[in-house]
Design a binder for this molecule. Sequence first.
Ligand code: C5P
Length: 353
Amino acid sequence: MTVAVRSFAKINLGLYIGARRADGFHDLRTVYQTIALHDLIRVSVGRGRGIEIVCDDARVPLDSSNTCYRIAELVMAELGAKGRVRIEIEKRLPVQGGLGAASSNAVATMIALERALAGTGLSPVSTRKRKLSAAARLRIAAEVGSDLPLFLVGGTVLGVGRGEEVYPLPDLAAVPMVVVTPEVGVSTPRAFADWDALVQRECELRSAGQPGAAVPTREQLTGPATSDRLVEVGCALSAWLCGPPNTGAPAKGGSRAGNLLLDLVRTGIENDFARVVFPQYPELRDIKGALERAGASYASLSGSGSALYGLFRSRAEAVEAASRLRKQGVRAVATSTLTRRQVSKLQGFRVAG
Ligand code: C5P
């Protein structure tokens, strides 16, 4: 029995990087939003042992460094299951694109693997655990990567900690959008390191302006000041969630929930990665400008890029903008954000279920 599960992409609606922690990760605050673009994951379990990854995209690793491999290993161990797992990845999303594809692929693998195990005669050796608990799914997902747990929640999701601590936000009406996927891949660890270097340079410049000040250490540089900033961002997000209905153009239906996503972008959200990624890849800054000129009410890099997105007021405007951008040689596609309800229906799965 082969189980197929859609593996949806995400974008970041604002991303704020805080202090580098003792474990090497950075504290952050972000609002994740799942979108309709997706890869397809097919999982089957047969007799035997081991994990096999099949993918015709040469950039996808087929060994134990693949997030799908790692999660399959953890799920099999947690369930005490034995068998040969075959995972096929039908790649449509970009690799290193900032759309969370590898993370989403892993979560889709977990969902499909649980179903495949339930549907084969190869029941787990331990009858104690036929199914993972919601908490176990979240724990396993976080073990594989910071960007995985969000895909177990879906829709609009608040991400804190290193991004793995996730909280569902109100399920917002779907918003039309355009996603641009440039050829270039951006390394997230490299982008975080570049951010640290930028913060350090800025602090050194500031302290150089204060006579007699000692040269600050790296820990001082990325410590309290950046944490204070995250507290400020937390206040702004809280005010956004509690605030009065916006006074701008009402979304369809005019409800507060319908306007909430557009309210968020009107608060002036930023993606910190833009400050280190745009200077290195000026063509990405140009694409952001092109999205804005094509009518996007908000345009941004997603994660550390290289994907960019623009939010639009209507599907027709998004389709028109994508076609205009394609004529300019930009790889653009019109799509839509996905509500939690839609994700759960399309994947046939709920984190709390
Ligand atoms: O968790 P994930 O495997 O996606 O992280 C990949 C790398 O990105 C980490 O090893 C770390 O260098 C960097 N990272 C970080 N802070 C985060 C998330 C990731 O520094 N919050």
